[in-house]
Write a protein that binds this ligand. Sequence first.
Ligand code: CA
Length: 148
Amino acid sequence: HFPFLLTWVLAQKTSSFILVSVLFEVCSHNYNTETGVLTSPNYPNNYPVQTECIYTITVGINRQIVLHFTNFTLEGNLRCTEDYIEIRDGGYETSPYLGKYCGTGLPPVIISHGNKLWIKFVSDIFGTRKGFSLDQVLFANGMAICEF
Ligand SMILES: [Ca+2]
């Protein structure tokens, strides 16, 4: 699917963790590098319970983001009401819905329409798993310039 691939070096990421209440730890990550690896909290160890993480990825204008999951092990059920990730096609919680994933099946490759993606990771009060890891890569002007 992605011809003309070149290797792209993993870049830095910035992250911050804010404890907003006794019950839920909320972590917020803003990724504005061209590419990188994104993981669930504590990965590759189990993620904590009662956690909500928002990951906002922004790349250069006229570029698109490709999410390629490499590991995915979440607690899950059919409706993903326990632990899950939700992906939106834009920079906000209100951006167009792309999908909600849980369990152990690898999500499909996700490609943004614009230069932003919004990802929420949620874990409930019981049970944890290893979590997820994904490569974040990008397209420029419809041409693949990096590989997974
Ligand atoms: Ca859980």
